[in-house]
Design a protein around this ligand. Structure first.
Ligand SMILES: Cc1cc2nc3c(=O)[nH]c(=O)nc-3n(C[C@H](O)[C@H](O)[C@H](O)COP(=O)(O)O)c2cc1C
Length: 309
């Protein structure tokens, strides 16, 4: 598929997930067949203020091409400034977050609140398209408290968006209930630009159900937690892998950029996700939660994954 002038070799998208999809995890997902990935959402305001922690979110790996930066915010002038930053040059696509439901984001008028403030969203998409040579895409939900997905996505297309990704839920749903595939199909049927469908894809059946909406691409979020190889499974590839070596790659890539101190707490959730489908892992999970030393966590994981199953 093609988004603007960017060729994407395949239809599987790894969802941006703040605090989860670090560059190493994305690199693993790409090695297992994800065709496209995004940075975690990045505050446009913090980038303008040159915040180092925010700039760390812009790290990408060599196999992550093409790749998008995802920005959030609601001030068109700030977006205009960010789009001029040299740090954004390496990205092929700029994605705008208009779907985040988190209270600390919506209270500032950002994320999914923009689906309630269509004139502001229009101003932002117009500004970004005018000030960038790269395709601008938008990740949205169905609406804030009612389904406005058709009008909203058409507005984005009319103002120059190169693609939209639709998570088939309202902001007020957060993650409850089921994804609304009919609403996604309706957006797809009425737009000319590529539409990426998102929500509740965890296996081949849910992947096929999403494809039946007619979407051009399918985005996977929670289904990839602890399972960067889900993309190979969805592609029907029989890959043989050793889970500990996946974890080791993840950790070693991050060690090149971040301190062990930081990683020992950051990586705990990933370790627990990697163990989620392992039987008899309860004791090991408790040990991992208690252990403060990253290298000791790795020894515990190695012993369990090599001998425990
Ligand atoms: C922990 C977490 C963090 C997320 N962070 C982002 C984000 O930074 N940007 C974004 O557009 N969506 C974010 N999302 C939403 C996902 O990209 C995706 O739309 C949502 O999880 C639904 O897809 P799924 O059912 O495949 O998980 C996040 C979701 C989770 C669970």
């Amino acid at each position: 598929m093609k988004i603007g002038n960017v060729n994407i070799d395949g239809n599987l998208f790894l969802a941006p997930m703040a605090g989860v999809t670090d560059f190493a995890f994305r690199s693993l997902a790409r090695s297992f067949g994800a065709s496209f990935s995004y940075t975690e959402m990045v505050s446009s305001k913090a980038l303008v203020y040159d915040n180092q922690k925010t700039k760390d979110l812009l790290i990408t790996s060599s196999n992550e091409k093409p790749v998008a930066v995802q920005l959030f915010g609601s001030d068109p002038i700030t977006f205009e400034k960010v789009l001029k930053l040299q740090e954004l040059e390496k990205f092929d696509i700029v994605d705008l977050n208009m779907g985040c439901p988190a209270p600390k984001i919506v209270k500032n008028g950002d994320g999914s609140m923009l689906m309630k403030n269509i004139s502001k969203a229009q101003e932002i998409i117009k500004t970004c398209v005018r000030n960038s040579t790269k395709p601008i895409t938008v990740k949205m939900r169905l609406g804030y408290d009612k389904d406005v997905s058709l009008d909203f996505s058409k507005m984005l297309e009319d103002n120059g968006a190169s693609a939209v990704c639709v998570h088939g839920r309202l902001r007020e749903d957060f993650y409850s209930g089921h994804v609304n595939l009919e609403a996604i199909a309706k957006v797809k049927a009425n737009l000319k630009i590529p539409v990426i469908g998102n929500g509740d894809v965890f296996d081949k059946n849910s992947y096929n159900a999403m494809l039946e909406t007619g979407v051009d691409g399918v985005m996977i979020g929670r289904g990839a937690l602890g399972k960067p190889y889900i993309f190979a499974e969805l592609l029907g590839e029989k890959v043989k892998f050793d889970k500990f070596s996946i974890i080791e790659k993840h950790v070693n890539m991050l060690k090149e950029k971040f301190s062990e101190d930081y990683l020992s707490s950051y990586l705990k959730k990933h370790f627990l996700w990697y163990l989620k489908e392992e039987t008899g892992a309860n004791k090991v999970k408790i040990e991992i939660c208690k252990e403060k030393d990253l290298n000791k966590c790795m020894i515990i994981l190695k012993e369990f994954l090599k001998n425990g199953i």
